[in-house]
Design a protein around this ligand. Structure first.
Ligand code: NAI
Length: 477
């Protein structure tokens, strides 16, 4: 069997395979999916294009989708997040480096923006002319490319890269200019073949709801992020683990005793603040939402604005999914060697474009994904992963156990949309609560958790079935 792929080095496959083997033990939800659906193969006939950080944990997800019958092509959803040994192992599969027998992956650590979007296009372009019929997205870039391409093709308009409001969007417009010339109906055809998308993260879900509100959504979507067993676990406990992992690997600065500012106190911010406090930092939170600000205050954090503390803090972390949260002016006013990093999905939370434009600014690369920026007055700041999510750029992202929860939701969502397509008219949906509870249940034994069972009388008293679901839809956990 031959297939197209592009990764850094297939020689890393053996190392990747060993880590995948260890990860499988830590991912009981995914392994339960294999045991439950491995024979019936509900994803037979599914052609899944995945755009999600190509890590060891994602390798276990990909191989689970394949075990359930799917054909898969994969890219990373970030230029820095690929683990090259994971990508190699997925490509090699049960074959060898000379005769790979796995899954086509187009991803390596340290892609340029042009390479990143080229990879996305490759994974969306199925050999033989068929497109994918499912997308598994993280942040919505693959979904966006199909929608933007369709929009330009329908309008018969040639994109003008010079009108782009960011370097990255300019790259997308250049790509679409080329595909329009080469294959004028490429994206419309791909869009029409897609049964649905399952979206992993807050930012991607936000984009989906916006498209649906504007009447532009082309196919149904399942919002995996808002499964409780995703956002209340991965976003919170995952970041609690991987934020400080990223800061430590990047800088090895002692966090204890430092002043750390966490911008945003949503699910990600809560995990980040807790981990920094756990290391002994004095944590300050910024928020725009009075409810989250009040939560932060009651959790014992000082809540104020970036402007108020910009000159006294040692570490700044953005977790908002918003843009321009830390500006070039903020960075100019920071202490010498302040550390600045982002853990939200896109790189515009920190105004990197503005930083590069500061007159006289000098960039000194310390090591991959760690840069010092020297201002004309001599003081410097340390920027992690060029403002892209630091837990995946400077470390290895979330650990397997928490990703098993997220990815079990992904598998269930893919099955749901692929098998029950007719039940999901175009719109954005969340998985039903009984499946959310099932995902949690699959992870209890591994932690030695013993559940209490409702008695018949208690069940009748509360009006809650013994087997669940246990909470009303409005319950917030
Ligand atoms: P969320 O919506 O729960 O929290 C974001 C918080 O930021 C909100 O409370 C909001 O009020 C606040 N905020 C917005 N603008 C602000 C501003 N200018 N200043 C201060 N606070 C502001 O979202 P969640 O789930 O915490 O996700 C945040 C980001 O992290 C998203 O981009 C998401 O996609 C990404 N994410 C990254 C992960 C990673 O591994 N790096 C994992 C999960 C999510």
């Amino acid at each position: 069997m031959t297939f197209d792929y592009k990764v850094a080095d297939l020689g890393l496959a053996e190392f990747g395979r060993k880590e995948i083997r260890l990860a499988e033990h830590e991912m009981p939800g995914l392994m339960a999916m294999r045991a439950q659906y491995g024979e019936s193969k509900p994803l037979a006939g599914a052609r899944i294009m995945g755009s999600l950080h190509m890590t060891i944990q994602t390798a276990v997800l990909i191989e689970t989708l394949v075990a359930l019958g799917a054909e898969v092509r994969w890219v990373s959803c970030n230029i820095f997040s690929t683990q090259d040994h994971a990508a190699a192992a997925v490509v090699v599969g049960s074959g060898t480096a000379d005769a790979p027998a796995g899954v086509p992956v187009f991803a390596w650590k340290g892609e340029t923006l042009e390479e990143y979007w080229w990879c996305t296009e490759q994974a969306l372009t199925w050999p033989g002319g068929d497109g994918p019929n499912m997308i598994l997205d993280d942040g919505g870039d693959a979904t966006m490319l199909v929608h933007k391409g369709t929009e330009f093709e329908k309008a018969g308009a040639v994109p003008d890269p010079s009108t782009a409001d960011s370097e990255e969007y300019g790259v997308v417009l250049k790509l679409l200019t080329r595909t329009l010339a080469e294959s004028p109906n490429k994206w419309t055809t791909i869009g029409q073949g897609i049964k649905g998308v399952t979206e992993e993260t807050t930012t991607g879900v936000h984009r989906l709801y916006e498209m649906h509100k504007a009447g532009a959504l082309l196919f149904p979507a399942i919002n995996v992020n808002d499964s409780v067993t995703k956002s209340k676990f991965d976003n919170k406990y995952g970041c609690r683990h991987s934020l400080i992992d990223g800061i430590n690997r990047a800088t090895d600065v002692l966090i204890g005793g430092k002043v750390a500012v966490v911008c945003g106190y949503g699910d990600v911010g809560k995990g980040c603040a807790e981990s920094l406090r756990g290391q002994g930092a004095r944590v300050i939170v910024t928020e725009i939402d009075p409810i989250c600000a009040l939560q932060a205050a009651m959790d014992g954090y000082q809540v104020t604005t970036v402007d108020d503390v910009v000159g006294i803090a040692d570490i700044f972390v953005t977790t908002t999914g918003n843009k321009d949260v830390i500006t070039a002016d903020h960075m100019a006013a920071m202490k010498h060697q302040a550390i600045v990093g982002n853990i939200g999905h896109f790189d515009n939370e920190i105004d990197m474009a503005g930083l590069y434009k500061v007159p006289g600014i000098e960039r000194v690369n310390i090591k991959p994904q760690v840069d010092e920026f020297r201002f004309p007055d001599g003081h410097t700041i340390i920027v992690l992963s060029e403002g892209r999510l630091l837990n995946l750029g400077n470390a290895t992202g979330h650990p397997s156990f928490v990703m098993s929860n997220s990815f079990t939701n992904q598998v269930l969502a893919q099955i749901e949309l692929f098998v029950k397509t007719a039940e999901y008219p175009t719109g954005v949906y969340v998985l039903p609560k009984h499946l959310d509870e099932m995902v949690a249940r699959l992870h209890l034994d591994a932690l030695g958790v013993k559940l209490t069972e409702l008695t018949k009388e208690q069940s009748a008293y509360l009006g809650v079935p013994i087997e669940g679901p246990y909470k009303a839809e409005a319950y917030r956990y």
